[in-house]
Design a protein around this ligand. Structure first.
Ligand SMILES: [Zn+2]
Length: 343
């Protein structure tokens, strides 16, 4: 009650007829109170809107174009409350602070939001959002190499149990890349509450190695979808870029539109992350009838060739942990996008 000494004077002026000079003195504090109240209402309203956007899947649309920036925007509701009192204290007009702190955050190394975001290009999914969701990942191939044992191909024929996969010119094998990316995708999804099953489990050499077992892995593990992770090995080293493989013609409903949606969700994240889309496939999608790993799934299923291991640029990205993390975050965020739109 610091206003104590002046309160009696102000009360008397409200009731009586103020002299001109004292009338202005009495109005000034009232106007300040009104300005503060209006500012507070405006700030609360803006906060409410931001929190609603952050909680809803509207951030998916916003983040589809620029995951990193959208991530910072989606985090702003979380980061603004601690910063808000400090900013609103000295300022009588706090109506627009929520947007402004989010803008300088990425460039401000002292901002606490940055360290939590480091190493995570697409952290725009709130914790726990994927609770109860179940994802199956299939890191293609294995250190066990090729096997010519014949297994069902899903379309009435048979094919080899597995192939060896490709490698970079420096000898980094595709099966190692696939497994490392899958583990990173699993970590991203699990951090947001999802349950994730890997066809090779915690042992990169274990699990169902034949393509028929891999293709049926989603339904066998109780998952909602199956994403198979691969890299391509085009002999033409100038060829580069990611693409998706879907079962075509689809053998069940899940292999149809839901799988195309899943492909597009991940492709969009890969594009937004700055990776190159393979120019050979319209829309980045290759429609195949000869891939048991997708033909045998009764759940939405997509195989991704994340890049070309013989291309020097992409080989360098795949061989680096940072590059694999970028691939993984794009794939994981795309999966999360699909899950958010398929409740
Ligand atoms: Zn492969």
């Amino acid at each position: 009650m610091t206003a104590g000494p002046s309160a009696p004077g102000r009360g008397r002026h409200r009731l009586g007829r103020p002299a001109a000079g004292r009338w202005w003195q009495g109005l000034a504090p009232l106007a300040l109170v009104l300005i503060l109240a209006a500012g507070a209402v405006g700030w609360l309203s803006a906060r409410g809107q931001d929190q609603a956007v952050g909680a809803a899947d509207a951030d998916r649309a916003a983040s589809a174009s620029r995951p990193a920036t959208a991530g910072a925007a989606a985090r702003s509701p979380d980061s603004s409350p601690p910063g808000q009192p400090a900013r609103s204290g000295p300022s009588p007009r706090p109506s627009l602070p929520p947007p402004s702190p989010s803008a300088p955050n990425p460039a401000d190394p002292a901002d606490p939001a940055d360290p939590t975001a480091s190493g995570s290009a697409a952290p725009d999914r709130p914790d726990g959002e994927l609770a109860g969701r179940v994802v199956a990942l299939d890191p293609g191939h294995s250190p066990a190499g090729a096997s010519s044992a014949q297994v069902p191909d899903g379309r009435g024929g048979t094919k080899n149990c597995n192939t060896s996969g490709t490698a970079t010119d420096d000898g980094y094998p595709e099966h190692a890349f696939n497994y490392d990316v899958a583990v990173r995708v699993r970590a991203w999804l699990e951090a947001r509450g999802a349950t994730v099953h890997l066809s090779r489990g915690d042992d990169p050499a274990a699990g169902p190695t034949c393509v028929d077992r891999r293709g049926a892995f989603a339904q066998d593990s109780g998952a909602e979808l199956l994403v198979s992770i691969h890299a391509d090995g085009n002999a033409d080293r100038s060829v580069k870029g990611f693409f998706a493989i879907v079962s075509s013609p689809p053998l069940n409903q899940a292999q149809g539109q839901p799988s195309l949606d899943l492909a597009e969700a991940v492709l969009e994240r890969l594009r937004a992350a700055g990776f190159t889309q393979n120019a050979a496939y319209p829309g980045g999608i290759s429609k195949r009838s000869d891939i048991a790993g997708v033909s045998l799934s009764t759940k939405p299923v997509v195989m991704f060739e994340l890049g070309e291991m013989r291309n020097p640029d992409e080989a360098a990205q795949m061989a680096s942990p940072e590059g694999r993390q970028r691939y993984a975050e794009a794939v994981a965020a795309g999966i999360a996008d699909w899950l958010a739109s398929h409740l």
